[in-house]
Design a protein around this ligand. Structure first.
Ligand code: SF4
Ligand code: SF4
Length: 508
């Protein structure tokens, strides 16, 4: 558990606020820790005055939870910091029963309306909006009379979330993303093995460079290459469905996982090939012999990597254009310290990237320092195997927008009923044939995968706005109930007979 070095404690309450167990109280301006402490070390990371220390528990009646890297010491009758497990007389039990759905069968009506009868690509629009949508068609599907109403609507509330599968640091979170010198978006938070951009948004669309903004979104959505520059970051050419080109070079492979994940995934191999491994990643760098998976293979080596400790065997590193997207340019810099009371001369230390493109091998010398040595063939064979586990990199884009405005008038005379029908699942919104995820709350704000849409779905116009193909599919009965334009319904067959159509396969 944790103890307090009373003379160093300033009574600032930082530890009290962060303790998930409520085990810290400030008494007479000093932290006091009760036996409810489970040694999660949240407070230890928070105290700026070095006033907390790990110490032995006075009561040995506890279980070390091994369900995550925190390894809480859970006293009898108590929960761990995550509140999932309770120690009952030396055994850990889950606090919640397993939740199992009992409505696995899909509602046949939902299946019938799940695919639009026609897409809106090539439909055009009715203007002004209160005229019925250009195509409102019907067909019987699985015994249900199904309606799809479509229009190509100008949407100024248009944004695009672009996912770039790459470990390369493209720029700091919040940095402006530019096209032709104009700001068209920002760098958002990273995802697992990917970098995320958020482009567009109504304020950029209505701003001085709105036409560039909508053109960029339409071009990306139509899977054309678009050049970007990130302020303080890199240059990129992005094409949806293809590998990103970053600073002139195609980045064709993702990382296997973060450094901690690599320790877990390759524990059996690494345990036979090295005495220690530091697997460099800008998110989590792994220290093999301290990582729970590595610790089962090898004793601790005495090596400490650079970086800030997250949990045992996992370290946070700084971003940069070095190894694994960190600021480490020379792999030897990743080794901060070798404790020669634990380490021994001749020990072999691997430093690797999580893409496994680059590895370096070191031997601990009599001087206690790491010395670069050649990579043995069996380690190189392992590197190739690990590198082959990297998935292909590509650029993906989710178009997200709000269509809760006047575009509804082409579908119904009672717009709020359409919004409610969409949220109730009685009307299904698709974009160029692609399924959507409709965000909860008010309005109709959705996300749709550009690659699931039919080819070249977008246009843009000078309002400025992205022109997006919008489709609503609903049963005829419910269409009438929401105030649909019943007089404008035509059989799908009739539209097909007109001949101005092209058949496409929807990606579902
Ligand atoms: S964070 Fe540190 S200094 Fe502040 S109250 Fe807790 S132990 Fe004392
Ligand atoms: S280690 Fe965790 S449980 Fe213990 S006092 Fe600190 S924050 Fe609370």
């Amino acid at each position: 558990m944790i103890g307090v070095v009373t003379e160093k404690c300033r009574g600032c309450r930082a530890c009290e606020k962060v303790c998930p167990m409520g085990a810290i109280k400030i008494v007479e301006k000093k932290a006091v820790i009760s036996e409810e402490c489970v040694n999660c070390k949240s407070c230890l990371k928070e105290c700026k005055f070095d006033a907390l220390r790990e110490q032995e528990r006075p009561d040995p009646d506890f279980v070390i939870c091994k369900n995550c890297g925190v390894k809480c010491e859970i006293p009898n009758g108590q929960m761990g910091a995550c509140k999932r497990f309770t120690n009952q007389d030396g055994e850990l039990y889950r606090n919640r029963p397993l939740q199992i759905p009992d409505n696995l069968k899909k509602d046949p009506e939902k299946i019938a309306i799940s695919t639009p009868l026609i897409t809106a690509v090539g439909a055009g629009a009715a203007y002004p909006d209160y005229h019925p949508a250009p195509y409102i068609v019907e067909e019987k599907i699985d015994g249900f009379d199904v309606i799809t109403a479509v229009t190509e609507a100008p949407i100024s509330y248009s944004s695009m979330m672009v996912k770039i599968d790459s470990n390369i640091h493209i720029g700091d979170e919040g940095a402006a993303v530019r096209c032709q010198g104009h700001e068209v978006g920002t760098v958002s938070t990273e995802q697992y093995g990917s970098q995320i951009l958020i482009l567009g948004g109504v304020n950029r669309v209505k701003g001085p460079h709105g036409m560039t903004v909508v053109k960029v979104m339409a071009d990306l959505g139509n899977r054309k290459p678009v050049d970007f520059v990130v302020d303080g970051g890199c240059k990129m050419t992005l094409t949806v469905g293809k590998a990103p080109i970053i600073n002139g070079e195609p980045d064709t492979k993702m990382r296997v996982g973060c450094g901690g994940a690599c320790c877990g995934l390759f524990a059996k191999h690494l345990g036979k090939l090295v005495d220690e491994a530091i697997i460099l990643d800008h998110h989590i760098t792994g220290l093999f012999t301290k990582h729970p998976a590595g610790a089962e293979q090898l004793p601790y080596s005495g090596v400490t990597p650079l970086g800030r400790l997250a949990t045992e065997g996992r370290y946070f590193f700084e971003h940069g254009d070095g190894w694994g997207g960190t600021n480490i340019k020379d792999p030897v810099e990743a080794i901060k310290d070798i404790d020669m009371t634990i380490a021994r001369p001749g020990m072999k230390i691997l430093v690797a990237e999580t893409t496994w493109r680059k590895i370096a091998f070191f031997e601990v010398g009599e001087d206690g320092k790491p010395h670069s040595i050649p990579i043995p063939e069996e380690l190189e064979a392992f590197r190739r195997m690990a590198a082959d586990n990297c998935e292909d990199s590509k650029v993906s884009a989710m178009y997200y927008a709000g269509v809760g405005g006047s575009a509804r008038a082409g579908v119904t005379v009672d717009p709020v009923k359409l919004t409610r029908a969409v949220h109730a699942g009685d009307a299904v919104l698709s974009i160029a044939g692609a399924e959507t995820f409709v965000m909860p709350g008010g309005g109709i704000t959705f996300l749709a995968d550009v690659e699931k849409m039919v080819e070249e779905p977008f246009n843009y116009t000078a309002s400025p706005a992205v022109i997006a193909p919008i489709e609503y599919t609903i049963t005829k009965e419910k269409y009438e109930a929401i105030g649909g334009h019943m007089q404008a319904i035509r059989p799908r067959e009739e539209v097909l007979r007109e001949g101005r159509t092209e058949c496409v396969k929807l990606k579902r």
